[in-house]
Design a binder for this molecule. Structure first.
Ligand SMILES: [Zn+2]
Ligand SMILES: [Zn+2]
Length: 211
């Protein structure tokens, strides 16, 4: 539910992404390119233009954006605008411990009901996780190098307040496209039980795809 194409810093065309994920056995993906005020309309216009043809790959492809390194107070307005422009999934690029993301980004993300996913939220607090639960925003466990370092912390805090989790690849290149069973392993390696890991990897993504 969070990955990148050539419309930001990914290496692949949307069509090749759809083809490669379908081949690995995924039922659905969301292409969510990095956006700020300079390119959000551009990305959505182009991804939406291809949406029809992307469904021809035996995989459901949702169109979205990842609001990235925006000043936190602009996040609510941009999330609303993204949905108006046709985004089906709005991700906020959370406070990963491996990038200098502005403090307040996690808090702005989980306070904005138009946001669907707070990606790689790093050292997220219990209060932020409670807001995510209240606003029905998924917190992300990341399969991506670097971002994944905080997965254990994110899983523990989310479980404590019963906030919902998702596991995402955040893929940028062919080698980042892992198998569905590896997605389950990311959940298990974060310290979650087998039962709960299956719920967040098999049930939670469908809650975004059926809307
Ligand atoms: Zn990126
Ligand atoms: Zn990303």
């Amino acid at each position: 539910m969070h990955l990148h194409s050539i419309f930001s810093d990914g290496e692949l065309l949307p069509s090749e992404i759809a083809r490669r994920y379908a081949e690995k056995g995924f039922e659905a993906i969301a292409i969510t390119d990095h956006a700020d005020g300079s390119n959000m309309e551009f990305i959505l216009k182009h991804l939406l233009r291809a949406k029809g043809e992307l469904q021809g790959h035996d995989i459901k492809v949702l169109i979205g954006i990842e609001l990235t390194h925006l000043p936190p107070d602009l996040i609510p307005r941009f999330a609303v605008k993204a949905k108006k422009l046709g985004a089906e999934v709005v991700v906020v690029h959370g406070e990963t411990i491996v990038e200098p993301v502005a403090r307040g980004t996690n808090s702005a993300g989980v306070s904005t009901p138009d946001v669907d996913i707070l990606s790689h939220p790093g050292l997220i607090t219990v209060e932020e996780a409670e807001l995510a639960k209240e606003n029905e925003i998924f917190l992300e466990l990341s399969a991506r190098k670097g971002h994944c370092l905080a997965n254990g912390h994110v899983a523990r805090v989310a479980e404590e307040v019963k906030a919902e989790l998702l596991v995402n690849t955040d893929s940028h290149a062919p080698e980042d496209i892992i198998l569905p069973e590896n997605i389950l392993n990311v959940a298990l390696a974060s310290g979650l039980s087998d039962k709960y890991s299956r719920i967040i990897t098999a049930v939670n993504p469908r809650r975004l795809t059926v809307d």
